[in-house]
Design a protein around this ligand. Structure first.
Ligand code: H2U
Length: 339
């Protein structure tokens, strides 16, 4: 008999087919390692030196408009370019292919001091609207087969600027994580005729111990197979493939659950909680993806305080991801915080 709260065990990720090692008996070990510094200082609402604030000049000399809600521009240091070569290279065992794409930056608000949990729901809804437009517009381009919407929040996550913003990388190949998730969802769809994540959601709603918060259209939970200590997954209650299909009511509910979850994160360690978040949805290569169930994942690095983070090193680099605190313990902590 396996005791999840005490026995070392491996959990299966139904979306990727990978395993995570869980070692709950280690949660009491002492920590004398690295702690990060937090300043706790709130930035000003406008920073004349910020390249994302309204009216300011960016690298390369472009001037931002005096935008009043969201603002999207092509990344001045884009990782992918629309007109580069798409030719292939093969020599012996070496293989490469040209990759075309478009990288954009999205400012969530003109206010330099805000982050998603501080924003009002109608303003977050404008961000959701903008994500929807970008996915549809970029995805309709012939050479764009996948659109990745994501946010890196906090210096600890490599974010270069506290101004609330995210990124969109649209490209001609379908990236590895999305290919893995497509395969697992398709397998379930072909064998049962049902959505893998809708079946999973049904089970989580009945088991309840990994739920964080929910509203009329979305549920936030710590997935059974979570790798990051306070990892979360937002799932829609309705089966749809991509953000372009979200109804006005769902866009509102999505904005509301984004605020609810990220407010809980901020309160957990009384800090502006860092994370990488990303939306996973169907590719845009023109094929049908009935098996795909839209979702958003949050991967936060913090482990036990505003300054102690989890490192993905050693065993994780060479073998498998590993965690100490169980998904159930993490969900209970986040659930108990008043949203
Ligand atoms: P991060 O903070 O997550 O690194 O995102 C900021 C992005 O903004 C980064 O990809 C871009 C960087 O290339 N950027 C511009 O496009 N113009 C600028 O003037 C500075 C930064």
């Amino acid at each position: 008999m396996l005791h999840f709260s005490n026995d070392p065990h491996c959990r299966y990720n139904i979306l990727t087919g990978e395993w995570v090692l869980v070692s709950p008996h280690r949660t009491k070990r002492p920590w004398q390692g690295k702690t990060e510094k937090t300043t706790g200082e709130k930035p000003p609402s406008y920073d004349p030196g910020c390249y994302l604030c309204p009216g300011n000049i960016r690298a390369g000399g472009h001037q931002n408009p005096n935008y009043t809600d969201t603002f999207v521009f092509t990344n001045d240091f884009a990782a992918l370019l629309p007109d580069s070569s798409s030719s292939r290279f093969e020599k012996g065992l070496l293989r490469a292919k040209g990759e075309r794409g478009i990288c954009r930056v999205i400012c969530f608000s003109p206010d330099h001091a805000l982050t998603i949990p501080d924003m009002d729901v109608p303003d977050i809804e404008k961000v959701v609207e903008r994500w929807q437009q970008e996915y549809l517009e970029l995805g309709s381009l012939d050479f764009i087969h996948h659109v990745q919407i994501f946010e890196n929040k906090g210096a600890i996550m490599g974010c270069s600027n506290p101004h609330p913003h995210g990124q969109i990388w649209a490209q001609s190949s379908i990236p590895g994580e999305v290919l893995k998730k497509t395969a697992r969802q398709l397998h379930h769809w072909n064998h049962t005729g049902r959505s893998l994540l809708l079946d999973y959601l049904e089970q989580e709603l009945s088991e309840t111990e990994r739920l964080i918060c929910q509203n009329s259209d979305f549920v936030a939970l710590v997935p059974f197979w979570a790798v990051w200590p306070f990892e979360a997954l937002i799932l829609p209650r309705r089966h749809f493939q991509h953000i372009g299909q979200m109804t006005p009511k769902e866009k509102h509910a999505f904005a509301a659950i984004l605020k609810d979850l990220t407010q809980r994160y901020d309160q957990l360690f009384d800090t502006s909680f860092p994370y990488s978040s990303g939306i996973h949805q169907s590719p845009t290569d023109g094929l049908e993806y009935p098996e795909w169930h839209f979702h958003m994942a949050f991967y936060p690095p913090l482990l036990r305080s505003a300054t102690v983070k989890k490192f993905m090193v050693g065993y994780e680099m060479f073998a498998n991801p590993q965690r100490d605190i169980t998904a159930e313990m993490a969900a209970a902590r986040l659930r108990e915080i008043k949203g």
